[in-house]
Write a protein that binds this ligand. Sequence first.
Ligand SMILES: N[C@@H](CCC[C@H](N)C(=O)O)C(=O)O
Length: 279
Amino acid sequence: MSGISFVKGHGTQNDFVVIPDADGALADRLDEAAVRRLADRYAGIGADGVIRITRTETADEVRELADDAEWFMDYRNADGSAAEMCGNGVRVMARYLWENGLVEGPVLALATRGGIRTVHAEPDGQITVEMGRAKPAATRQLAFVAAGGHTWEATPVRVPNPHAVVFVDDLEAPGSLTSAPDLRPASVFPDSANVEFVVDRGHKHIAMRVWERGVGETRSCGTGVCAAAWVAMRRDGVGAGARYLVDVPGGRLVVTERPDGELLLTGPAVLGLRGTVEL
Ligand SMILES: N[C@@H](CCC[C@H](N)C(=O)O)C(=O)O
């Protein structure tokens, strides 16, 4: 079987194997096991996730979006599971489409499992994504996250991936995060969750570590950064239009909440290594 082309990309060091597949010919070959092999940091290329870029009309699960978004981000976590959205990945995908002349103009609509996301090229080279509105979990039950011998009350929120945001005194408190934080009660997290451990850094400025569902601890998570900023904005009682800096181990992202509740995520997207790989 012949090799397929890939590009390695990252957004604030949340890294991805990007597989161009315009006509959808790789949909079946890029199964869970193949994604795991590609994402493996020892035996594969190594990445937090795999992004298959295909025309929306080729993918049954999002075909109804094809009139409004030509391209679909088929996003998989490193363990092969599918995710609704990836705030860093969608910027990397937009960079790929622009650099390869597959789209024109500075504003782009991309299909994801979480719906259409509009992406804007900023004059300084950064990329902004309209991430949708955060949706708090529809429950009155308290939620908790335990890690590193500590337990914190958590705020469950979807962007649209499930997240659990906790404020901690010290980013070291969750420990080495070599295993998944405990999420309780399970009924509040029917789809599990990504977990953000957040500290304050200054006025409208937070920092966080993240445990990504289907991956482990990563150096950034765009949907997680939006979840953390949204919860911090509520805690701080700031109105719409607020702009928060969010530091992650891999860099800095900016989250702005528009008056209509739409969260805007701004940050870098970088493409690097290119090659071919056997699936
Ligand atoms: N890294 C992503 C989120 C990827 C999906 C996540 N692990 C999940 O399963 O929800 C981001 O930048 O948002």
